[in-house]
Design a protein around this ligand. Structure first.
Ligand code: MN
Length: 202
């Protein structure tokens, strides 16, 4: 049972002008596709073949570079596409908004903390909003294709929102201006989906 590249839930150009179509096409059809293929190659013929992705991440042998990089890359991008929408932006509501306010005081303070985590992640990696059982939320970041579901990574919660800050995610349109890309991301965040993710964790 091999992993398959999930279809994008919208067209390549749906997130313009915030994220351009060419970046989305390469990111999904080349990068994410590559992680998916290489994940299958890493587990094929081993006892890990057929394990759900969440089990692979939680039980990760962090010395297994092929599995760590490609299992993370497969999962992280699958989450990333889902937490964006052409109808996104704005602010969360309901219990997620309450949890963010409890942790950061306001949406603006949360946005500042998340943006800082994304901007200061040196080199390639991800910024996360994670939820812990019980409903506490927390911002963190991780290097490369690691994520907080792996042993010893980030804040150790379950990621409910993720932002890819690898250069391949923004360089065509934003070049070295990562903060502009981070700001644009807030115009496409699908808070309904993030709220669903939050409800599933807490
Ligand atoms: Mn990426």
């Amino acid at each position: 049972m091999a992993f398959e590249l999930p279809a994008l839930p919208y067209a390549y150009d749906a997130l313009e002008p915030h994220i351009d179509a060419r970046t989305m096409e390469i990111h999904h059809s080349k990068h994410h596709n590559g992680y998916t293929t290489n994940l299958n190659n890493a587990i094929g013929g081993t006892e890990l073949d057929g394990q759900p992705i969440l089990n692979l991440l939680a039980d990760m042998d962090m010395n297994n570079g092929a599995l760590r990089n490609n299992g993370g890359g497969y999962f992280n991008h699958s989450l990333f596409w889902e937490v964006m929408s052409p109808d996104g932006g704005g602010e969360p509501t309901g219990e997620l908004a309450e949890a963010i306010n409890a942790a950061y005081g306001s949406f603006e303070a949360f946005k500042e903390a998340f943006s800082k985590a994304a901007a200061t992640r040196f080199g390639s990696g991800w910024a996360w909003l994670c939820a812990h059982e019980g409903g506490k939320v927390e911002v963190c970041s991780s290097a490369n294709q690691d994520n907080p579901l792996m042993p010893g990574i980030g804040c150790g919660g379950a990621p409910i929102l993720g932002l890819d800050v690898w250069e391949h995610a923004y360089y065509l349109n934003y070049q070295n201006k990562r903060p502009d890309y981070i700001n644009a991301f807030f115009s496409v965040i699908n808070w309904e989906k993030v709220s669903e993710n939050f409800a599933a964790v807490k």
